[in-house]
Design a protein around this ligand. Structure first.
Ligand SMILES: Nc1nc2c(ncn2[C@@H]2O[C@H](COP(=O)(O)OP(=O)(O)OP(=O)(O)O)[C@@H](O)[C@H]2O)c(=O)[nH]1
Length: 366
């Protein structure tokens, strides 16, 4: 293997909406991350994430998988192998680092095992560290409800607490910190709002060392290695590898043409008031009737609805509204019909938006 190898790989993980892309955008502004390739995993039929990473798009590689939970094994391995090939044939001059942003529902063990355990990749890459983000507002509830979130914390070298600015009770934050230290006593615990939480503090962790992690982590990684042993070269066994909770699903909503702000607002309000606790994540890019040239970006994370932001222009030139919702136990049909009602594309037997607004007896979704 030629010089420049092994390339350090950092894994950025954290539950849905914890703030991975936000932190990544901040870090990518640092010249220390020049020559960094970013691999992001998208799920669902519409891709949004790559539009929201503010870097020259040639540095971003998007893995598109239909699955919520996996930074899917085979595709990640193929992408990394392709990068090696491009470097060796001179199509890329140099890569100083790779950052992999996992999906929020990812079990991190297979991702780490892809890098540490794959016979071909182990020569080219070294797993440098795992950075796990935990949202200070939703963190405790998320750890209670989702085992993936506990695993993400347990495997971390650095844990970054986000959204402390939104947390109302400092005692809650302290309780969360204590819990994070219990799950992973060895990781450094940092605050996203602290300017010292920079590239130097998060990356260059040294070679990832499972021996410094809990017995659980060593067991999970061991199970992955055993699982891998049977699956090298076999990318098609997704059903068997598919581990996410079938109660969790993603809904992709697309609308061509501009939508009035009031319609989007009402759609989100109704969804949140009727089914807020079932809405794990909502994100979208919206073409507004009032200002179609500047896309509106909306984010909801469990009980938080973040203030919408505006982009100066359409990142990929393609206008329209793309929303992704990740829900727990929510019928697909309900979401689609409600969205159709507010974008004036009623399906059969569904009251249209005007009827919903004007008729107090109309109950959406019924
Ligand atoms: N107030 C506040 N908002 C934050 C912070 N970090 C992230 N956000 C907001 O949280 C929302 C979700 O952030 P993202 O960076 O998209 O989260 P993510 O982890 O990449 O989301 P997924 O990829 O969907 O799992 C956005 O509206 C961000 O602006 C923070 O520290 N404070």
């Amino acid at each position: 293997m030629s010089s420049g190898f092994p390339i350090p790989v950092s894994v950025l993980t954290g539950f849905l909406g914890a703030g991975k892309t936000t932190l990544l955008n901040r870090l990518l502004r640092d010249p220390a991350l020049a020559d960094t390739a970013v691999i992001i995993n998208e799920f669902g039929e519409v891709a949004i994430d790559h539009l929201l990473v503010e870097q020259a798009s040639d540095g971003i590689i998007q893995l598109s998988d239909g699955c919520l939970c996996c930074t899917v094994h085979g595709e990640l391995v193929d992408t990394l192998a392709d990068l090696v090939d491009r470097l060796q044939t001179g199509r890329i001059a140099r890569l100083a680092r790779i950052v992999i942003e996992t999906t929020g529902l990812a079990d991190p063990a297979p991702v780490l095992q892809s890098i540490m355990g794959h016979p071909a990749l182990v020569q080219a890459f070294r797993l440098d560290g795992v950075v796990t983000l935990v949202d200070a507002v939703n963190g405790s509830a998320t750890l209670d409800a989702h085992v993936e979130a506990v695993k993400q914390v347990a495997v971390a070298d650095r844990i970054v607490l986000t959204k402390a600015d939104l947390a109302t009770d400092p005692l809650d934050i302290e309780a969360l910190r204590t819990r994070l230290r219990q799950i992973n006593p060895g990781a450094e615990l940092l605050d996203a709002g602290d300017s010292r939480t920079d590239v130097a503090a998060l990356f260059d962790c040294g070679l990832y060392n499972p021996a410094t992690k809990s017995a659980d982590v060593r067991r999970w990684l061991g199970e992955e290695a055993a699982h891998d042993h049977h699956h090298h070269g076999d990318h098609g066994d997704h059903d068997r590898d598919h581990r996410h909770d079938s109660r969790v699903r993603s809904h992709a909503l697309v609308h061509d043409g501009p939508v009035p702000f009031s319609a989007i607002e009402m759609f989100l309000d109704l969804l949140r008031s009727a089914h807020g606790e079932r809405l794990l994540r909502m994100k979208g890019i919206i073409e507004l009737l009032e200002d179609p040239a500047r896309p509106l970006v909306v984010h909801g994370v469990q009980k938080i609805l973040h203030p919408p932001a505006r982009l100066p222009s359409w990142p990929d030139g393609q206008r329209g509204t793309r929303l992704v919702l990740i829900t727990l136990d929510m019928p697909e049909d309900y979401v689609r019909r409600l969205f159709a009602a507010f974008t004036n594309r009623p399906s059969i037997d569904t009251p249209d938006r005007a009827a919903l607004e004007n008729n107090p007896l109309a109950i959406a979704g019924r």
